[in-house]
Ligand binder design. Structure first.
Ligand code: MV4
Length: 637
């Protein structure tokens, strides 16, 4: 086994690899960009080397710098993680030329799978089922049109160098073929500098089911069962699970054998994934799957395979790379059901735009697996993938895993940047998904319902209004007993009734227990658990699995009627009492100026909140006061 390895990656996957390496007694070297100098993966590593500026082209994609870092620190091997340089055969060759071990497949295996048409021809020759179609060199328009007619419409024209759905054109009728062909060629040239295409039968209700494979350097190859990754949006996986719903033992045996054949055909070593497209229009059939492509790396979704097999895939990678053998196929079993959800920093209603921000709260429930490259207080920057964490659950059955996932998402609190947690919550409750009747089009079809804003229950605003206050140790010492609270520009009266009881705009809430942000409250006769927080000028409430938040109005911006608590004028900020315009016993009208404060060279006039009588005047001209100090009390007439 190696004594020290370098991890040519960042974020959760770098952390994941280090965790196993350290368990095995293998020291780790992290590499980092300027944006990651204090990142979690750097903190976890045995040692760390700076490789450049924040943009990936100036750091994590610079193979020479990474190899230099490995040589400098005495690492014997390089683990590429996923993305970045993980499937770059030139990098593999450079690593090996430097006398280091690449923890992954050979450059030639990566190249064999790099071009779609060549990979398909290779797989077809090896006896792996491929989608009926034409994958040849003849790119003549008329010839390809003839092939499309033979295959039968609808057909899919794909750029051979494509990936992630780019350069794909569906054509439904012969008359539209040439137009689609030219469009696919243009996309292929523009995106990949290659205008070669292939033609395939279009699978109408596709599911994405992939087989995890492992090869060693002694000719051994096994599969570690399948993962269903059909829940995708714009070719980005959102939820993955193992086993695939509806999988039969016949189909699994056929897919497993095909996957092992595929790996052996290219002399594959290390962790790999064979992606199949499956026709879900009439249930899963042992003859209804076709090779799509191979990913020659450890994948994001490997935790679901680890959960059902009990194997550590990173350990296997290190063992195989240092000369070990894969386990016997018969010793690999699939137990229960696992589901992974990818939690992203993104603005879902705005069209899933990547979001950024500092994670002031990052709380996950116990009893689930979290793979994350960030900690509370860390920043999601615009430079890298906006994934915050992968949440993986495992249960005896799919129903149990689904229930665990729903609960885990409901008990996840992330504050500081927008996330897709609620979207994921909706998705795992969606009926076609819970019944296992999904295909790759599910998210797009159900998008409206999946992104709709939740309806706020009556008690949510009341809790937000309570959350907007700083309660310190308890609710009893709070003064005044009635306070105007502005939420999203709307005023609410919060009245303290004592003993944890409140009336908010006449709506009664009783706080039965508090443990940090975890409250137990009685609202409208129901007792519910809620998470309640106040952070950076916002109030946050999570109840019944839905999230609500509101901006707490800045007291400086409140209008006259909302300016002060009932009968009590508080200093809205630290400052100087410039003048006092009323004395005890004065009868004043709502809006009458009573106290003028000066802060940061600006004057702020505090006015009577209602028609009444001035009671005690505590403010004295020239006094320097703290925020929240009582300046004056009013009495109702
Ligand atoms: C297909 C297909 C239907 N018929 N091929 C999309 C990306 C890629 N690598 C292959 N893809 C597809 N190929 C035929 N002949 C539908 C898709 C497809 C898809 C495949 C897997 C996962 C998600 C997908 C979403 C849309 C389309």
């Amino acid at each position: 086994m190696f004594t020290k390895i370098l991890i040519a990656n960042r974020g959760e996957i770098a952390c994941r690899i280090m965790e196993t390496a350290h368990k095995m007694g293998v020291a780790t070297v992290a590499v980092y960009s300027d944006a990651d100098a204090s990142a979690k993966h750097v903190a976890l590593a045995s040692e760390a080397v700076r490789i450049g500026a924040a943009p990936v082209g100036e750091s994590y994609l610079l193979g020479e710098r990474i190899i230099a870092a490995a040589l400098e620190t005495g690492a014997e091997a390089v683990h590429p993680g996923y993305g970045f340089l993980s499937e770059n055969p030139d990098f593999v060759e450079a690593v090996e030329a430097a006398g280091l071990v690449f923890i992954g497949p050979s450059a030639s295996a990566i190249r064999a799978m790099g071009l779609k048409d060549a990979a398909k021809v290779l797989m077809e020759k090896a006896g792996v089922p491929v989608v009926p179609g034409y994958h040849g060199d003849n790119q003549d328009d008329a010839f390809l049109a003839l092939k499309a007619d033979e295959i039968g419409y609808p057909v899919l024209i794909k750029a051979v160098a494509g990936g992630g759905g780019k350069g794909m054109r569906r054509v439904d009728h012969s008359a539209m073929f040439i137009e689609g062909l030219h469009a696919a060629r243009r996309e292929g040239s523009a995106s990949f500098g290659n205008d070669q295409v292939l033609i395939e039968k279009y699978i109408l209700s596709p599911r994405h089911i992939e087989m995890q494979v492992f090869g060693d350097n002694h000719g051994g190859a096994v599969h570690l069962f399948e993962r269903d990754c059909s829940l995708q949006r714009r070719h980005q996986k959102v939820i993955e699970e193992a086993p695939a719903p509806g999988m039969t033992s016949e189909m699994r045996a056929a897919m497993g054998a095909a996957a092992v054949t595929a790996a052996q055909a290219i002399g594959y070593s290390g962790a790999g994934t064979i992606e199949f497209i499956v026709d879900a229009s009439a249930g899963l059939r042992a003859d209804g799957f076709w090779f799509m492509e191979m990913n020659t790396r450890l994948q994001v979704e490997h935790p679901v395979t680890e959960a059902v097999t009990g194997l550590d895939l990173v350990r296997l990678q290190l063992e195989v790379a240092s000369g070990g053998r894969v386990p016997a196929q018969g010793d690999i079993a699939c137990n229960g059901h696992a589901i992974e959800a990818r939690i992203y920093a993104e603005d879902v209603p705005a069209g899933f735009l990547p979001a950024t921000g500092r994670l002031s709260v990052l709380d996950f429930p116990d009893g689930v697996r979290i793979d994350s490259g960030v900690r509370a207080g860390d920043e999601i920057s615009p430079y890298y993938d906006p994934m915050i964490a992968k949440l993986t659950v495992h249960g005896e059955t799919r129903a149990a895993a689904l229930a665990a996932m729903r609960s885990a998402l409901q008990h996840t609190d992330i504050i500081g940047c927008k996330t897709n947690v609620e979207f994921l919550g909706r998705l795992v409750a969606q009926e076609d998904f819970t019944t296992g009747q999904m295909d790759t089009g599910l998210i797009e079809r159900e998008l409206e319902a999946l992104v709709a804003a939740p309806v706020e229950p009556a008690g949510a605003r009341a809790l937000l209004a309570i959350a907007a206050q700083d309660w310190g140790e308890g609710f009893t010492l709070w003064e005044p007993l009635r306070q105007r609270v502005g939420l999203d520009g709307e005023g609410h009266w919060v009245q303290v009734l004592g003993g944890g009881r409140f009336s908010i705009d006449g709506f009664e809430v009783e706080v039965l227990a508090r443990d940090g942000a975890h409250w137990r409250v009685r609202i409208g006769g129901h007792i519910v658990a809620a998470r309640v927080r106040r952070l950076d000028g916002r109030a946050y409430v999570v109840m019944n699995g839905e999230r609500f938040s509101a901006e707490i109005d800045d007291p400086l911006n409140r209008d006259a009627s909302a300016e002060a608590g009932a009968g009590v004028l508080l200093a809205p900020m630290p400052g100087l009492v410039q003048s006092v315009l009323a004395k005890a016993g004065d009868v004043v009208e709502a809006g009458a100026p009573l106290v003028v404060m000066e802060a940061m060279k600006m004057e702020h006039t505090l006015r009577a909140p209602f028609d009444g009588i001035v009671g005690e005047v505590l403010a004295s001209v020239g006094a320097q006061v703290e925020s929240g100090v009582v300046l004056l009390r009013m009495e109702e007439p």
